[in-house]
Design a protein around this ligand. Sequence first.
Ligand code: ZN
Length: 302
Amino acid sequence: MSLPAPVALAQDRLDVVATTGMIADAAREVGGDLVAVRALMGPGVDPHAYRQTRSDIVATAEADLVLWHGLYLEAQMEEFLLDLAGTKPVVAVAEALPTNLLVGHDDYEGRHDPHVWMNPNLWSLVVLEIRDALTEVHPEGAETFRANAEAHLEELSALAEYTARVLSTVPAESRVLLSAHDAFNYFGSAYGFEVAGIQGISTESEAGLQRIAELVDMLVARDIRAVFVESSVSDRNIRALIEGAAAQGHEVVIGGELFSDAMGEEGTYEGTYVGMIDHNATTIAAALGGEVPDRGMQGLLN
Ligand code: ZN
């Protein structure tokens, strides 16, 4: 487990630009000393709504390789990235996942839910795509990329094991994860949780009063005591939900803040992919009555 090093744009490194922090983290893990990686979207940034800035346009124009997620995650950047692909290596790293591993998208027919990073086993396949993209652009680095990817996959496998273990300590009737938007479907199906988001799969859709009323009824009927806010989405709807439940005499607390579509602050453990998922799994398990080790999987959580 290595924290992201400060990026020095040396001439002899492959200049990689990634859209999300999760992709940048994987590119750093796999690329090691051979790459300088920059993420366009920082902590707290919502990828569904993000549009490229002037400095992003410059960074991608100068990059040797541009990595994006695809599956319509970067909805507002898609046209820009597809155009850019006509001029240089630009790879949508989640698009190559086999469709039988993807879940459908209620909001858009024919599309898939993009939030695959929520399952470390699925994310491992994306890491392999990133390894292949780096190798394609820089074949001399093939052996380094192969070895680094292998080491990172071992960390991800330990992460998947830890996540499954702590979540299995949550009492069966409490395995309900209610948060601001539908980012946790892959998480739910991997770990046996029922998930509900107030907004849909994209934060672009507005939550109606009726949706909030339905979810309040569910909280009361199922005796759900904790709901979760997300670092990249406004907590306005979650607060409306808590107030709605309180009006019916049912007390609900915020179980914690989850990293749904962006990682934590750069330079912190939560600002890495492993730290992000460790934080989510530990926070969810603790809030819903499970047993968790002090400060998570490896004692690094803040
Ligand atoms: Zn999302």
